[in-house]
Design a protein around this ligand. Structure first.
Ligand code: MF3
Ligand code: CO
Length: 251
């Protein structure tokens, strides 16, 4: 069931989302070669503690960290590790949920460490672009959820990229994962609700350089590309309001 949010509830999610955006702005530039993915998680988690924000990923279905830090062929849900050290040329997504006053926002940025290869840089740029195209499609009058997928996958297909099918965006705000699912690929099998005022959801293209197929690590969390090629991931939480679709995780 889709839980529509009132204006004051959207206000609460906006506060959470703006904090998340501010944190990415402040901490993002500090991510560099030589750090472990655990160090990256700690930078963000400490910021959240300092600002009295909750980290709803901690303990979510047993997840052990505040953030997901996914390097190169890791698409999503990389568990931060003290032994995984970032190096020049890596591409790293940091996926974070933040809770403030009971309201949850969700956003992901992908960072390039030092100099990445031109094809990886392009993958990152086009993945971020596909997020904005998805957001634009969602904001058109009368838009439906699958219009997002059409925009995201239509863009990424042009470059031969694989659009991950096994994981989707989602409603968010009261809980980390709410209805509806927001897939990045179009299917007649998927529900296609109209986007209505009060809907708050996370759009999150997960785009692979090669195949769309993925495999799960033995730890039960890490999701990698099946062919070992790199992947990128960008995510914003958005809300449909009287004045249109608003990005809540951007200042
Ligand atoms: N932020 C992730 C998402 O977009 C949530 C990951 S769940 C966790 O769905 F437990 F792995 F953090
Ligand atoms: Co999400």
């Amino acid at each position: 069931m889709i839980q529509l949010k009132s204006d004051s509830e959207i206000d609460g999610i906006r506060t959470s989302g703006h904090m998340l955006a501010e944190m990415f702005e402040e901490i993002g530039p500090q991510i560099q070669a030589g750090m472990s993915t655990w160090d990256v998680d700690k930078l963000f988690h400490d910021w959240m503690k300092r600002h009295h924000a909750g980290a709803p990923c901690v303990g979510y279905m047993g997840y052990p960290a505040a953030t997901c830090v996914s390097v190169n062929d890791m698409v999503i849900h990389g568990i931060p590790s003290k032994t995984e050290i970032l190096k020049d040329g890596d591409v790293v997504s940091v996926d974070i949920c933040l809770e403030k006053n009971g309201f949850i926002s969700d956003s992901t940025h992908t960072y390039e460490i030092g100099h990445v290869s031109p094809d990886v840089h392009k993958l990152n740029i086009e993945t971020e672009k596909s997020l904005y195209l998805g957001i634009e499609a969602a904001g058109k009058p009368g838009a439906r959820i699958q219009d997002i997928a059409a925009a995201v996958s239509g863009h990424c297909r042009k470059f031969g990229y694989g659009v991950v099918r096994d994981y989707c965006g989602h409603g968010v705000g009261f809980e980390l994962h709410e209805d509806p699912e927001i897939p990045n690929y179009v299917s007649l099998m998927n529900p296609n609700p109209r986007i209505r005022k009060g809907m708050v959801f996370a759009i999150e293209p997960m785009i692979n350089m090669g195949t769309y197929r993925i495999k799960t690590d033995p730890d039960g969390w890490g999701v990698r590309t099946a062919d070992g090629k790199p992947a990128c991931h960008w995510e914003h939480t958005v809300a449909m309001t009287d004045s249109g679709l608003e990005i809540l995780t951007r200042i």
